[in-house]
Design a protein around this ligand. Sequence first.
Ligand code: 13P
Ligand code: SF4
Length: 305
Amino acid sequence: MIDDPDKEALSQKIRELKKKRNAVILAHNYQPGEVQDVADYIGDSLELSQKAAAVEEDVIVFCGVHFMAETASILSPQKTVLLPEIHAGCPMADMITAVELVAWKKNYPGRPVVGYVNTSAEVKAECDVCCTSSNAVNVVNSLESHEILFAPDKNLAAWVARRVSRIIIPWDGYCYVHNNILARDIREKKKMYPEAEIWVHPECRPDVIDLADKVLSTGKMVKEARLTETREIVVGTEAGMIYRLKHDNPAKNFYPAHDLAFCANMKKINLRKVYTALEQMIYRVQVPPEISRRARGAIEKMVKL
Ligand code: 13P
Ligand code: SF4
């Protein structure tokens, strides 16, 4: 987190500008602590899509990565959606393009495509339905087809495949942050904190998932942390999650499964950029109408489920 001596003054200015612009700040659970502190809502991908569709303000400042701001714009096309850092992308989302997806589908005629929300709007427009890590199993179970194409995360696909009686055909993508968490990291943390429960995100590798007590999306980690009696938890996901969990549960201890589990893109936004976004009304994220219409179909199917 950036140690800014003007943090309080900047937060105050952000609050004032927010009123003036009639804006709301949405932040993903992986955002730096100082951004979480100024947000109106913090959540996982699904919770933030639902919020984006429901908020009444004219302007949404989306503190996350590009595909998330695009999703907000697709669900609320009449609103101004701002991403405080235009280069905050998602390397996993970049692992599949719409052209690649169309070519892949041709090899599997008749099979529906489940697209993880971590994809561009163009890719979503080619999907039958979207999913997030918290609803992927339900989304797959809602489809009639026995064989399903799943893109782009092969780790999430493998986790879903174990929980449904369908054949999941995965694209070969992954999140480098979660893929870098190895089974040996988990074994090491188990030795260091023998009393701790191990929670990991479903974007982790299958052999990491095998060692976990619970496999949870970031939103489910937030809920489970409040409910559990356990006071020691090793968390296998991006580091911003630890800030959120500690903030909500000061009496419990959360340890990162991997000390360098940082998503560089999630950390590109800071308090200053949030301020500049509101002051200059930048960077506006918009999706061309035809792509937006087709992508919205896949996202709305998911949101309804
Ligand atoms: P969730 O917040 O939906 O668990 O997703 C994690 C993620 O990788 C977002 O980029
Ligand atoms: Fe993409 Fe992984 Fe970063 Fe999420 S944590 S934005 S999936 S690279």
